[in-house]
Design a protein around this ligand. Sequence first.
Ligand SMILES: [Mg+2]
Length: 362
Amino acid sequence: MTKEVATPTRKIIHVDMDAFYASVEQRDNPELRGKPVAVGSPVARGVVAAASYEARVFGVRSAMPSVTAARQCPDLIFVKPRFEVYRAVSMQIRSIFAEYTPLIEPLSLDEAYLDVTENLKGIAIATDIATEIRARIKQVTGLNASAGISYNKFLAKMASDLNKPNGQAVISPKNGPAFVEGLPVKKFHGVGPATAKKMAALGIETGADLKEKSVEFLTDHFGKSGPHFHGIARGIDNRQVRPDRERKSVGAEDTFAIDIADLEAAKRELVPLVAKVWRYCAGHAIAAKTVTVKIRFADFQIITRSRTVPTAFPNENAILTAAITLLEAAYPFRKSVWLLGVTLSSLGHSNVPSATQLEFLL
Ligand SMILES: [Mg+2]
């Protein structure tokens, strides 16, 4: 038996709206109620942004190509997204959260972590707070939310999925470690498909497998995430709930296994970076006017080149074109390239998403 150092147990709630965009559409249009609905466009390269529970019965999921979704569910009704409405509902939900705690960290328009250890209403039991918040959300917006209650962010997030839709679940300090041990790592929040595959190749399929690996081993294989994985395998996650701050920039960068000396090769490396920042912006209804390309050379010199446009970039391709122009201006390279980064800034709200934006919406 190991004795844990006594630290005051935190109370974290993860609130997640059920099928958010689709539920808003069903709320506002009675004809859609009880029917399989996909928010998104049925065009050839379109993607489902959100699916109603009736559509999920047919296997329709968000991020699925619209064509696939329509094949799996022939009666599927496609509805155009209305981000200005989703954003307004999101603000209503956040003001409900703010009645309970100032420690609110939104993950997207429809989910947030709340630290209610010291809550404004002096309610002792976090489960009661979650019940109240969900009732208030229903009363104010007419929509269902689910919640997870636990002693850290990782477990609260996992818990909110357990009794979805319109439910909540608690993972207590006593149950946390066993819960994680039994969970497949591919279900862990923060373990994407690529990491899950890498873990599988190392013989890590469940939390119990992960727990057997040393922090050194995990750091060797997963870098900065190693200590985090080592902690969550034991139900430990010390990340704080970071209160709502407006994001100033959205960035992605990649260090290359092989130095890149060639302009065409460097241009190709920009494609996934632009795709990543664009996907984030589209998913959070963020518009950007400035793109910055960062280049780190083999001699450790770093240069950045920026371009600002008068109106927000309309689509991924416009960002890529601007990024390529910036890269070309830095060519010939002083040394081979070790790292490339793409950052979007001068951010605002994108209330009218373009068709292209929707295609990349996840
Ligand atoms: Mg949700």
